[in-house]
Design a protein around this ligand. Structure first.
Ligand code: AHM
Ligand code: MG
Length: 314
């Protein structure tokens, strides 16, 4: 019987191929996966929070009942600071970055619980992370990411990441408590028949975008619309099944909704590493020089042919 490959085994194997590897990245990823496991176990109990915490703001163990996004945010901050491996961290939930006194060498951007409005209805949510080497300015272009990934809390819990050597997926085995390699070097199909966009905002979209959406509905190829409203879940499906995910600008939101540093850059790196394409307006979002940590940008990403076809209309 062959021993299954855990996430840690896999990162160590990857690291051995680089002479300069110090093992610190492996350690950092270990801290991230541990935080993910704790968040996963809390999410599983999400429906019980009210039951356990009914008497007030404390649950049956006497702990304060916290909203899951606050909980996840605080847990990841504490975990990363405790690791001693980060120089700075920035969260979608924090106004300003936090600088660590420990002198670590990485900067981590994260969205602790993306799509958190879905928790109440038991739909997938996720944690997104984007890792850079430290630099004098916390804001760096997405092309400088050392690694990017997400953890999806779904029917199973999966951790998906890239260090620029392909995209690999790990599934949490709850009995072992380990993430095991389940999909190595995944490639997104070149084309797909699923489009994913909040079409309810069509009145606010440009003519080009509405023409594009009409072309999908009226063309010969049969498209399906899937929109979960949690980017991690929509991107996870897009990676595996192909298609396109779009969060565009509109008349009220000239830069769309999604954040360059926490959502767009890490997902773009994953999609590109899986052989797909990501565009913000006409260019690669990972080339944008960020101006502020919470900057928003429009984005379209997914199967190369689908994104190229979209670009013809906008
Ligand atoms: P959040 O980070 O506050 O959860 O918001 C981001 C989420 C994404 O996961 C998702 O793609 C998008 O918001 C959905 O927005 P909308 O409801 O406008 O379609
Ligand atoms: Mg988010």
């Amino acid at each position: 019987m062959k021993k299954p490959t855990t996430l840690t085994d896999f990162i160590l194997q990857e690291g051995r191929r680089h002479k300069e590897a110090t093992g610190r990245f492996t350690l950092l990823m270990n801290y991230i996966q541990e935080a993910g496991k704790i968040i996963a176990s809390h999410i599983k109990k999400a429906g019980l929070t009210d039951i356990l915490g009914k008497s007030g703001r404390t649950n049956i163990s006497g702990d304060e009942v916290q909203k899951l996004d606050e909980f996840s945010n605080q847990l990841i901050i504490n975990t990363l600071l405790e690791s001693g491996l980060v120089h700075a961290l920035a969260s979608e939930e924090l106004e300003e970055p936090i600088y660590s006194k420990a002198g670590g060498e990485y900067t981590v951007f994260f969205d602790p619980l993306d799509g958190s409005s879905n928790i109440d209805i038991n739909i997938n949510v996720g944690t997104i992370f984007s890792i850079y080497h430290k630099s004098s300015n916390v804001l760096q272009e997405g092309k400088k990411q050392v690694a990017a990934g997400y953890i999806i809390y779904g029917s199973s819990v999966m951790l998906v990441y890239t260090t620029g050597q392909g995209v690999h997926m790990f599934t949490l085995d709850p009995s072992m408590g380990s993430f095991l390699l389940s999909h190595r070097d995944i490639k997104i199909p070149d084309s797909g028949n699923i489009y994913s966009i909040n079409e309810a905002y069509a009145k606010l979209y440009s003519k080009g975008l509405n023409d594009y959406l009409r072309s999908l509905k009226e063309g010969e190829k049969k498209y399906k619309l899937r929109y979960i409203g949690a980017m991690v879940a929509d991107i996870h499906r897009t990676l595996l099944k192909g298609g396109i995910f779009i969060y565009p600008e509109d008349k009220k939101h000239p830069n769309g909704k999604l954040r360059l540093m926490y959502e767009v850059n890490p997902m773009s790196m994953l999609i590109e590493q899986a052989g797909g394409l990501s565009r913000s307006r006409k260019s690669n979002p990972m080339l944008i020089v960020p101006k502020e940590i919470h900057q928003r940008v429009p984005v379209a990403l997914g199967s190369t042919e689908e994104v190229k076809n979209y670009l013809k209309f906008i």
